[in-house]
Ligand binder design. Structure first.
Ligand SMILES: Nc1ncnc2c1ncn2[C@@H]1O[C@H](COP(=O)(O)OS(=O)(=O)O)[C@@H](OP(=O)(O)O)[C@H]1O
Ligand SMILES: [Mg+2]
Ligand SMILES: [Mg+2]
Ligand SMILES: [Mg+2]
Length: 352
């Protein structure tokens, strides 16, 4: 069957590409004071706000009735005390939206030299991401910069956009500006785009040229000598201690790969690492749908399996969070079954 969501895919790719150019430019010119701290103490930069404004503006042009669950909102930008940050966000978003069209892009998508927007329009565009989520209908979810801490360190981050129908992810697009194109050549060229369409597979190509080196993604069969963990850099986001016990139970000898953001799902999908393992740190944090939606489809379309730590499917239909899931395990089929069994064993030992 052909992909029924061709336009959604093309628009999503255009939006993520523009957001990636924006975030790369922000990183190269980030100046002190362009970062805020949110109520949960996590950082947010002008790049996160501007990228959300750009993606949501583009989505609103093609799909005006589609709701969006986006990570950021504009409240902090509306106060006078942050007017310098607001001006910078507006400037960055307009630079991105008005950049010249590249092959395949359409002016009707709200982009191109005449697509400048007012500050109010762009703040409202950010707030189009305030949708509460839900079980039925069409919906998008966006993480304009996933791994903001990695972004600030100059390490891995990802612009992540997913399209869902009846709470099932149909399209996942992820831009990873700092990820090496060839995992075997970590010092080589960087910047990858990952695209997954349900029932139609997953592929990687270069961010700077979509026709360059498109590679279909397939998670390789389980192999004990190469299998290892992909885990968060931040120990507050995934329990490194629990993960280590799972690793020992599995007899893994390789060190874990610590990487920020959903770039971990991308690495897994191209066979660079064995299992994405995210285990709660015990602070009652509930995972957000935008942190996993696009990555989950990438893994599934690369032939893998993704569940929570109990083996339950991720439920994207409960609102803005994965309210009933506990941790995340994603791997090839055989590796996934082994990891779920190892988690069970570690938990049983801990409760003795
Ligand atoms: N306590 C806690 N537990 C679990 N997850 C949390 C927690 N706090 C934050 N977050 C979310 O983690 C997102 C960053 O993704 P990763 O953890 O995979 O990357 S990192 O290595 O930790 O940077 C990060 O996404 P961004 O805010 O988009 O960077 C958060 O949504
Ligand atoms: Mg995130
Ligand atoms: Mg984010
Ligand atoms: Mg954040």
């Amino acid at each position: 069957m052909s992909n029924p969501y061709i336009l959604e895919k093309r628009v999503a790719i255009a939006a993520v590409l523009r957001a990636c150019s924006l975030t790369s430019a922000v990183f190269n010119n980030l100046v002190k004071g362009e970062k805020l701290t949110k109520d949960d103490k996590s950082p947010v930069t002008v790049g996160d706000f501007a990228a959300q404004a750009v993606v949501n503006t583009i989505l609103a042009h093609s799909f005006p009735d589609d709701p969006i669950v986006g990570e950021e909102d504009s409240a902090e930008l509306r106060g006078e005390s942050n007017s310098n940050i607001r001006d910078r966000v507006v400037g960055l978003a307009n630079d991105s939206l008005t950049a010249k069209l590249i092959e395949g892009e359409q002016p009707a998508w709200g982009i191109g030299p005449s697509a400048s927007h007012s500050a109010d329009d762009l703040l409202d565009a950010i707030d189009r991401g305030n949708y509460g989520g839900g079980r039925t209908g069409r919906m998008w979810t966006l993480d304009p910069i996933d791994g903001t801490k990695g972004f600030l360190r100059g390490e891995q981050y990802a612009v992540c956009l997913a399209f869902l129908v009846d709470s099932k992810v149909q399209i996942g697009v992820m831009g990873c500006p700092n990820l090496p194109i060839d995992a075997a050549n970590p010092d080589g060229r960087r910047g990858c785009l990952f695209v997954a369409v349900r029932g139609h597979g997953a592929e990687q190509c270069s961010l700077s040229n979509l026709h360059e080196h498109p590679i279909p993604l397939r998670i390789p069969p389980y192999s004990p000598s190469t299998f290892n963990l992909l885990e968060s850099v931040e120990s507050a986001h995934s329990s490194h201690g629990f993960n280590e016990r799972v690793s020992t139970a599995l007899g893994i000898t390789r060190q874990p790969t610590r990487m920020d953001s959903q770039a971990k799902y991308c690495a897994l999908a191209r066979g660079d690492g064995g299992v994405y393992l995210r285990t709660p740190t015990g602070v009652g944090y509930v995972e957000k749908i935008w942190d996993h939606a696009s990555g989950s489809l990438l893994v599934e379309e690369a032939g893998g399996v993704i569940t929570d730590m109990r083996g339950e499917p991720l439920d994207f239909g409960l609102g803005r969070t994965l309210g009933e899931n506990f941790g995340v395990v994603a791997a090839g089929k055989e590796g996934h079954a082994k990891v779920i069994a190892a988690i069970k064993k570690v938990k049983e030992e801990a409760s003795k």
